[in-house]
Design a protein. Structure first.
Length: 267
């Protein structure tokens, strides 16, 4: 009996590993497929030029970025194209992750998973867009105006890409705050009242996080900390709406009184 149970458990484990492998392969194939399309059109160089536009717009006229490595002009655009392909394939990748864990979830958890995947993807992309269109233009212009006239900026393309990816990740994760807050409220780990009570600590923590992950200038720190605080408030509002939509649990005293009334009626 024990041997049969062990064999069944082993078969289940192996089937889960096969399922995980298939899901990972599908995600990788999706990313590589989009990468090939982007490589053919519009091409790695054009994609990198779009990414570099905020920096180029802040540089003096006639100034360009530089490449200090021998193969950097080839590898950096490829790296940017691959990361772009991953971002475009992110909804499909998250769906594969959800499809793998969905059989082990309760029905109400399955209903919650898909909206979370969609909202998480949209918020992450929104954070990247905010970083590209608002933060980069503001911060790069501020640095260019602050630099002495005797200096001609010539950023290295590899250092620029590393900086951009760090900022994209920071703002993408920051914009996930409403989802995290809603999950905490939904699972009952924390109440909206408690979230409001720790608001001051969250604001301080937001500026500490901004100081760590952003450049040392105050402007970029404010541009990260301010949305973080605002998104926390949005998460609280969403959590409050979620709490109101829950069926109100009966108070134990009310339940006891109801039982006594039923007993009296029976007598």
């Amino acid at each position: 009996m024990t041997d049969a149970s062990d064999a069944s458990s082993q078969d289940t484990f192996i089937s889960h590993l096969i399922e995980l492998r298939n899901r990972l392969l599908r995600a990788v194939i999706a990313v590589l497929g989009i990468f090939v399309v982007l490589f053919l059109y519009p091409g790695p160089s054009a994609i990198y030029d779009v990414l570099a536009q905020p920096m180029l717009a802040s540089l003096p006229a006639g100034t360009r970025m530089i490449a200090t490595g021998v193969i950097t002009p080839f590898m950096v655009p490829l790296k940017v194209t691959l990361l772009t392909a991953f971002v475009l394939a992110l909804p499909f990748v998250l769906y594969q992750a959800w499809a793998f864990v969905a059989p082990g979830l309760y029905r109400h958890e399955q209903r919650l998973a898909m909206p979370l995947i969609i909202s998480s993807t949209l918020l992450f992309l929104l954070g990247m867009a905010f970083c590209y269109f608002v933060v980069f233009h503001t911060v790069f212009s501020f640095i260019a105006n602050f630099a002495p006239q005797s200096i001609t900026p010539a950023p290295d393309i590899e250092a620029y890409v590393n900086f951009v990816m760090t900022m994209f990740l920071a703002f993408g994760v920051t914009f996930e705050v409403p989802v995290a807050v809603v999950l905490l409220v939904k699972t009952g780990m924390v109440t909206v009242k408690k979230l409001r009570e720790i608001r001051g600590y969250v604001i301080v923590g937001a500026f500490v996080i901004a100081a760590v992950v952003t450049p040392p200038d105050v402007l970029s720190q404010i541009l990260l900390a301010a949305p973080l605080c605002l998104l926390y408030e949005i998460g609280i509002l969403a959590g409050a709406a979620l709490e109101k939509s829950r069926p109100r649990e009966a108070d134990p005293a009310d339940q006891a009184n109801a039982v006594v009334s039923q007993d009296d009626a029976g007598e």
